[in-house]
Design a protein around this ligand. Structure first.
Ligand code: FES
Length: 148
């Protein structure tokens, strides 16, 4: 390793900057492909593993293609205590996929996430950037109808 590459390795951007760059890259490309992660790592002088580690740590970042609408149900304790499991089952029934999957028509991807900051409306979920709280199984179908 020469001095230049050693110097670059020690000038790692702060985690927040990397996170901003990953968000921006995902906004452009819909997901963080291996090629995109490799390019970002190269341009920042980081290892692919470091960038991949951040890209897979946050539930709002995705390293695989997502549907047009991403459903994220909170599975943190306050929501679980308010029967989030029944909401998870209702979503599975409504869209026909399990967490981690995307519908064949690309309409929905379904993820579980940690707290989304809507604890006062537990159980809560996000569809894209929209927060929905005080969920009941009956509300799920109506909410999801709006996302085509
Ligand atoms: S614990 Fe579910 S939104 Fe905070």
């Amino acid at each position: 390793m020469n001095k230049t590459s050693q110097g670059t390795r020690h000038q790692s951007p702060r985690r927040g900057e990397l996170l901003m760059l990953l968000e921006a890259a995902q906004d452009k490309s819909a997901h963080l492909s291996q090629e995109l992660i490799a390019e970002l790592a190269e341009s920042l002088g980081l290892s692919i593993g470091e960038v991949y580690g951040v890209a897979t740590f946050y539930s709002f970042l995705s390293t695989k293609p997502q549907g047009r609408n991403v459903i994220r149900i909170c599975q943190s304790l306050p929501c679980l205590l308010k029967y989030a499991q029944t909401i998870i089952e209702s979503v599975q029934k409504e869209v026909g996929i399990r967490p981690g999957e995307t519908t064949p028509d690309g309409r929905f991807s379904f993820e579980l996430t940690n707290c989304i900051g809507a604890c006062d409306g537990a159980p809560a979920m996000m569809v894209n950037s929209d927060v929905h709280g005080d969920l009941t199984p009956k509300k799920i179908a109506k909410i999801l109808q709006a996302y085509k």
